[in-house]
Design a protein around this ligand. Structure first.
Ligand code: NAG
Length: 236
């Protein structure tokens, strides 16, 4: 599908290839950096195939007040670890409500993602979006096929001293890594996807608490012992 957005300045209008327009289930948690190796051992054991390195340059843009609409936020993402890095624009929609959505520990939300050309930043500036912040997420991911595709990413957020200077990025919280589990879903199957994600989270429970984004969970007291046991098993 193609979506064309035309501004008053028609020469800046640009076509986006809509790669996906879907729902996703998501949970997040944090882990101390000292236990990341143990988490990797666990994930590798569950997955069987090696991790994929990721180095995601992420720009968060927010719409200016003069747009006269509900404030909007979009993310421009580029995985610099990819052999041919390319930009994706990602708009995260509202979380699903009702129908017991508050009771479940997994967030279900809509996501629109599209591949875009690299000069798209100018286009969003013309639409009154402003750069809110910029980060580099460095780490790795594993993908699991549990009937649905479950993606686990483990990253540490880095900030840049200068605009877009990804080579000079330094960790924001060196002692903490962020863990995010996502799985694509549809209006038809999200109940199954939520169940698959929830049961997957149980494997990781000794090392980290996972919950809806924005719900702070902290680190788990069992993490050190679980990590030590994983590391000693993997050394044998
Ligand atoms: C998994 O998620 C990470 C972080 O969002 C992303 O870079 C990676 O491409 C994803 N992997 C797959 C196979 O979708």
């Amino acid at each position: 599908m193609n979506v064309c957005i035309l501004t008053e300045h028609n020469h800046l209008g640009r076509c986006f290839d809509v790669v996906s327009w879907q729902m996703e289930c998501v949970v997040q948690g944090i882990i101390e950096t000292q236990h990341v190796d143990a988490l990797e051992v666990l994930l590798h054991g569950l997955c069987g195939i090696p991790k994929e390195r990721i180095r995601i340059h992420e720009l968060c843009l927010k719409s200016g007040p003069n747009l006269g609409v509900v404030p909007s936020e979009i993310h421009l993402l580029c995985d610099l670890a990819h052999p041919t890095p390319s930009w994706t624009v990602r708009h995260v929609g509202g979380a699903m409500r009702g129908a017991g959505a508050e009771q479940i520990s997994v967030l279900v939300r809509t996501v629109v993602e599209s591949k875009v050309s690299s000069n798209v930043l100018r286009f969003f500036y013309a639409l009154s979006y402003k750069l809110d912040h910029e980060i580099l997420k460095v780490g790795f991911s594993f993908t699991f096929n549990r009937g649905v595709l479950i993606n686990v990413s483990v990253t540490s957020a880095h900030k840049m001293a200068k605009l877009h200077a990804t080579d000079e990025a330094v960790p924001i919280t060196p002692n903490i890594h962020m863990v995010e589990i996502t799985a694509p879903a549809t209006a038809e199957n999200y109940n199954d996807v939520v169940a698959a994600v929830s049961s997957f989270c149980e494997y990781l429970a000794p090392l980290l608490h996972l919950s809806k984004p924005g719900v702070s969970t902290g680190i788990v007291p069992t993490a050190a012992a679980a990590a030590a046991s994983l590391m000693s098993n993997s050394a044998k």
